[in-house]
Design a protein around this ligand. Structure first.
Ligand SMILES: Cc1cc2nc3c(=O)[nH]c(=O)nc-3n(C[C@H](O)[C@H](O)[C@H](O)COP(=O)(O)O)c2cc1C
Length: 194
C-alpha cells in the first residue's frame, strides 16, 4: 500500500513537471507554397528529415494552415519558390498575418527553403527574407546541416541538367538535413522560455 502511494506520488510529480515545462512532443510545422510542385517536393524531404527525430511533423500548404496550428508549433520551416528574386507574394501575405501582439512566436525555431529556376537568381535572397521576417517575430533561426545549406535548403529546378526533371537528390538531401537539424533544435527549444 505504502509503495503504491509512493509510485502514485512520483507519477503525479512527473506529469506535473511535464506540464510545467511543457515537455510534450515538439511540433515541427513544414509550410510551403508550390503552384508547380517543386517546392512541395523539397517540403516533403524537409518533413522526412524532421520525422527522423522524436517530433510530430505537420506538412501543409500555406493555404491550409490555421492560426492555431501556427501557434502550437515549436518550429516552423517555411518554403517559397523564387519569384522575380523575391519571396512569392502569397508567402508574404501568409507571413503578414502571423499574430504579433505579445510576440507569441518568440523562441520558436525557424528555418527556410526555396526552389528557383536558375542558379544565383534569387534563392539566397528568398531564404534570407523569410529568416528576416522570422527574426522580427523573435524566432530563433537556423540553417541546414551542410555549409552548402547555410541559409536553408535550396534547389535549382529550371536550368541545365535540372530542367524538366524531379528535384535532384543533391537538393533533397539538403532539405532532409535542414528538417533533421530543425527537429533537433525544436526538441531543445522545449526548455526555452516562451
Ligand atoms: C512569376 C515567376 C517568377 C519567377 N522568377 C524567378 C526568379 O527570379 N528566379 C528564379 O530562379 N526562378 C524564378 N521563377 C521560377 C520558379 O522559382 C521555379 O520554377 C520554382 O521551382 C517553382 O516552384 P514551384 O514548382 O514550387 O511552384 C519564377 C517563376 C514564376 C512563375
Amino acid at each position: 500500500m505504502k509503495n503504491t502511494l509512493k509510485v502514485l506520488f512520483v507519477l503525479i510529480l512527473l506529469s506535473y513537471s511535464q506540464i510545467i515545462k511543457g515537455q510534450s512532443t515538439p511540433i515541427v510545422l513544414v509550410a510551403y507554397y508550390s503552384p508547380t510542385g517543386k517546392t512541395q517536393e523539397m517540403a516533403e524531404a524537409v518533413a522526412k528529415g524532421a520525422a527522423s527525430k522524436e517530433v510530430e511533423v505537420i506538412l501543409l500548404d500555406i493555404k491550409d494552415i490555421t492560426e492555431a496550428e501556427l501557434l502550437q508549433a515549436d518550429a516552423i520551416i517555411l518554403g517559397s519558390p523564387v519569384y522575380n528574386a523575391n519571396v512569392a507574394p502569397p508567402v508574404l501575405e501568409f507571413i503578414n498575418v502571423w499574430p504579433f501582439e505579445g510576440r507569441p512566436f518568440k523562441n520558436k525555431v525557424g528555418a527556410a527553403f526555396t526552389t528557383g529556376g536558375g542558379f544565383s537568381i534569387g534563392e539566397e535572397i528568398v531564404m534570407l527574407n523569410i529568416l528576416q521576417s522570422m527574426l522580427i517575430h523573435g524566432m530563433v533561426v537556423i540553417g541546414g546541416e551542410e555549409t552548402e545549406a547555410a541559409f536553408g535548403a535550396s534547389a535549382i529546378t529550371g536550368e541545365g541538367d535540372f530542367l524538366g526533371k524531379p528535384v535532384h537528390e543533391l537538393f533533397l538531401k539538403k532539405a532532409e538535413g535542414l528538417g533533421k537539424r530543425v527537429a533537433e533544435w525544436a526538441i531543445k527549444s522545449k526548455s526555452f522560455p516562451r
